[in-house]
Design a binder for this molecule. Structure first.
Ligand code: IPE
Ligand code: IPE
Ligand code: MG
Length: 227
């Protein structure tokens, strides 16, 4: 029997390995993060030639605040620069930006930039969701709290209050850098997602890696507990 080909609608990526990429080259960590942004830019550009509906990118976790202050500052500065430089291209390419995570807790000027970007891109037809100040456990706790305010706390009720409630179900979760863990990313959504752990450092990740991952996904057999 031939395995049916299935098309992924929603892929999420844990973009890991910027620090190691820089270290290998004896460069400051910030250069790794800069090259990481370049990889994001190329990937988002490549979406216009793909039929993927949604790409969710883990950019900053709730736990990344534990890093040294100057690294956090560098990451926030890169965020500001990226939104400023790429927003119009997002609009032109029909990209709808979404934020998952507690972004309101970021610096006020970043919140303003993000809200303007959400507004400007609201008519886009393919979604790029960026996980910012995001933690999966925090997301589930928040959703459970909201569900409890509205009625019985069922799985469906929790799901309806996740940041991803209106996005397609997660099909494939990719982590770069060789680490094999979720690091508090999309814990609920990963329940039946396929997983792919790649030995590629994030700055080296190209649209060809994504295309390859989608090809691998297409022939996986998903069971959802049935048979
Ligand atoms: C991922 O790269 C970027 C963020 C977490 C913001 P890292 O900075 O975690 O790189 P490694 O894991 O130290 O190589
Ligand atoms: C996960 O990577 C967070 C992001 C990619 C934004 P980390 O580098 O923070 O995860 P750990 O510390 O290796 O688990
Ligand atoms: Mg890391």
């Amino acid at each position: 029997m031939t395995t049916p080909i299935i098309r992924a609608r929603h892929v999420a990526i844990i973009m890991d390995g910027n620090g190691r990429w820089a270290k290998k080259r004896h460069l400051p960590r910030v250069v790794g993060h800069q090259r990481g942004v370049e990889a994001v830019r190329k990937l988002v550009r490549s979406l216009k030639d793909s039929d993927l509906e949604c790409l969710t990118l883990y950019a900053f976790s709730s736990e990344n605040w534990r890093r040294p202050e100057d690294e956090v500052d560098d990451l926030m500065d890169l965020m500001r620069k990226f939104i400023r430089s790429d927003l119009e291209e997002f609009v032109e390419n029909g990209v709808r930006l979404r934020i998952v995570g507690d972004y309101q807790a970021l610096a006020p000027d970043i919140v303003d930039l993000l809200e303007n970007a959400l507004d400007r891109t609201s008519q886009g037809t393919r979604t790029v969701a960026v996980a910012l100040n995001y933690g999966g456990q925090q997301e589930i706790a928040r959703a459970a709290r909201l569900a409890a305010e509205a009625g019985p706390v069922t799985a469906e009720a929790i799901e309806s209050h996740l940041f991803t409630a209106d996005l397609p179900p997660l099909d494939l979760l990719i982590r770069t850098s060789g680490e094999v863990r979720l690091s508090n990313f999309l814990l609920w959504q990963a329940a039946y997602a396929e997983m792919l752990f790649l030995d590629v450092l994030w700055p080296d990740f190209t649209p060809a890696h994504l295309a390859d991952a989608l090809d691998q996904f297409a022939v996986r057999e998903r069971r959802y507990g049935g048979r």
